[in-house]
Design a protein around this ligand. Sequence first.
Ligand code: SF4
Length: 384
Amino acid sequence: MSLSSESVEYSEAESAPSARRSLLNFEPNALESEVIAIGLPRFRACQLWRWIWRHGVTDFADMTDLGKSAQALLAERFHVDRPAVSRRQVSSDGTIKWLIRLGDGQEAETVYIPDNNRGTLCISSQIGCTLTCSFCHTGTQRLVRNLTVDEICGQILLAMDELGDWPATRLGRRLTNIVLMGMGEPLYNYESVASAMRIIMSNEGVGVSKRRITLSTSGVVPEIARCGDELGVNLAISLHAVNDDLRDKLVPINRKYNLKTLVDAVRAYPGLSNARRVTWEYVMIDGVNDSEADARALVHLIRGIPSKINLIPFNPWPGTAYECSDEQTIDKFARIVMKAGYASPVRKPRGRDILAACGQLKSDSVRLRASKLEAVQDAAASQS
Ligand code: SF4
């Protein structure tokens, strides 16, 4: 760990499960139904919504226009808590990572990446992942469960709290973009992800525009069109290989939905234009997918689709067999792609001193807990 990064661990006591239900689960109509069901007038739902989603207030007693009896009634039945934080790390480059602990003790990760006048929050949609992409650390962790709407929204609220970035009180916007690129495959948890995004996009609340939300999928083809029609958010595809043989290995969902099916679905994504391009994520792995022939095949594969290609230097994690391509190779690859007319930024590795890549914060913590457990078991064995 670099000296310039901070890391704070928090105690288990902070994540005690609550019998009260989270109001972060409800879209406006559902919130109204909940309010009416406990005997409050309909207009209280609008007031509540503003307190929760514009002011970030977490205590009903601070929602001053609700009236004492409504405050008490709501506090008895509901809460607007954020997920507990088991660990928070701040990188020397300003990246912040939270390992959050949910009511059932499961953990997921959220990462905030500041960059000039942009602040991007990378959120998780599942705990673990079923998809076992061989270059991805999360893929080594089994799927535990989908995150619920409040757990997805809670990651955003947690960051807004820390950044002091609430619509009603902010001086300047620090959280400008949201990417669903954390743990999990968002299109395998579509209903909850869609509901959470509708809440976050609402202009009466947080008001993040759909143009500032990017959903990244490994290629769950049947849900791609639905995502475009219903949410209209930006689309990113974890591509990583340009022939089926290699993609079958790197991104095994390719065996179900091959490259042709995937590219056809992307071509049909509603609203694509030069102003609204699809992002192809391509992790640069030494000697695996980084040749000049691969670059040319990539250009050929996506021809005619308004596209941006994100080249991501592979960020090695403990136990992986892969290594990152060298700078010269990445540069050559990028030049071929750019010459073909595609923007091809090389994503700067961020937060390396705190293990920034997908799945690494959680795994680090799992390892930490496993080694603590081993130490306890060793001590117990030596006393018996
Ligand atoms: S890259 Fe995404 S879809 Fe693949 S294993 Fe990792 S989290 Fe899952």
